[in-house]
Ligand binder design. Sequence first.
Ligand code: ATP
Ligand code: MG
Length: 480
Amino acid sequence: MEHMTDIAFAGSALNGAVPSAAALRVLEALETQGLEAWLVGGWVRDALMGVACHDIDVCCSGSWEQSAAALRERDIDVVESGTKFGGITAVVDGERIEVTAYRLDGFYSDGRHPEQVVRASCVEEDLARRDFTVNAMAWHPQRGLLDLYDGRGDIERRVIRAVGEPRRRFEEDALRMLRAVRFACRLDFVIEEQTAKALATCAPLLDQVARERVGIELNGMLLTRHGGDALLRYPELMCAAIPELAASRGFDQRTQYHAFDVYDHVARVLTVAGELSSSRIDGGDPTSPVSASLMWAALLHDIAKPDCFTVDENGRGHFYGHPERGAKVARDIMRRFSCNNDLIRDACLLIRFHDEPMRPTRERLLYMMGNIAGEGVDTHRLMDELFDLKRADTLGKAPSCFYYVEDIEHMRAMTHELFESGEAYSIKTLALTGGDLIAAGMTPGPQIGAALKRALEATMRGEVANEREDLLAYAISSSC
Ligand code: ATP
Ligand code: MG
């Protein structure tokens, strides 16, 4: 190993994927000092799948101190990022590569971090603690692929399978259950039968996991655009993650507008919203990232339906007030998961207005735009998401409702025109300010706000153009 250089590793590839020069330098630096090092986890999986560009993780036989010394010996910068758990980060030409000592334990998601890391003696032991076969492979440019659990076969079969006995692995770390579903959604794999069975039986163990970690996994799952599949295939786990969802399972809506129970409806809406988000019908960039607010709103839009259910004298079901109530419940759920505040605000606005009757008139649409406005809100984006949600909601109902999609798209187009023509729908978008009114001689005080509000309503009704002079004249005359 003493004579190993970059050249020794150059040209080696796994399924056509070549690790970055930075990663090869790290491997080489470690091995020159007599340590053993491998690329592990996501990079190996993605390389075998033909997916490029993954962060590179390295595992190494040395302690973190030994790895750090070996890297520094070769002038590689080291950040002592996770030394408590045997990890450091090598920084080469701006690229960050995690280097972790072989270890037996790890991945504690319930807040019970071990005081000390238990080192493993060989890479095989390190791989055995990893979660799924597709994530438990190691590769080295010279020693090749180390695949003890047929991860490669599982990639070919498109299967997520626990390493070892699934129940035991989920008992060790319940977060793995959500990881299984997230990977299945992301890679479009199915979860192998025994692993899937264990998901259902071990689902209650999820209570041990910090809510924030659950939230991160759910968010990751939603962003794959396949959250609808997760709901349909792994309902026990999803209801353990979000207990408020459980009441909607099998909940008969008792209306001709719905062909599905609440839970199946939500799954469909999530699927369609994911589709809409990825192939924007308004000509947007199909590669643009999926919107988290739309996905969370789709997941939680009917969360309060079971609580708001009433049956009328004809035996028909109604859910009066479910959007308002749903927005409140969704806020609680998302706060519990420590979602960021802007995301919570946006998702809850969508939920609050998802069922609001809308008509294709200028005034009604401006009012809706006003509803979807507020401090920090990107009203244009969120109106589009509201139309996406309404369209997805419609397509999750009964076929007799599908005609409404055309109306939705008509209203979307009208809304775009309203934005483009600079119409006012909020005090902020009004072409008149309090300062203008004071400059025109109005005394500061609450009357300023009242005058602006009157001017806004007048322009939304179409009585005055959203032009400063016109609005000023209107405000002054209406204040006399
Ligand atoms: P990506 O980062 O693209 O989501 P990844 O495979 O790199 O995928 P990470 O969460 O970054 O996933 O974890 C890196 C590796 O660490 C995984 O491939 C897996 O081998 C292991 N791992 C991570 N979390 C756990 C866990 N909770 N239990 C067991 N192994 C885990
Ligand atoms: Mg990773």
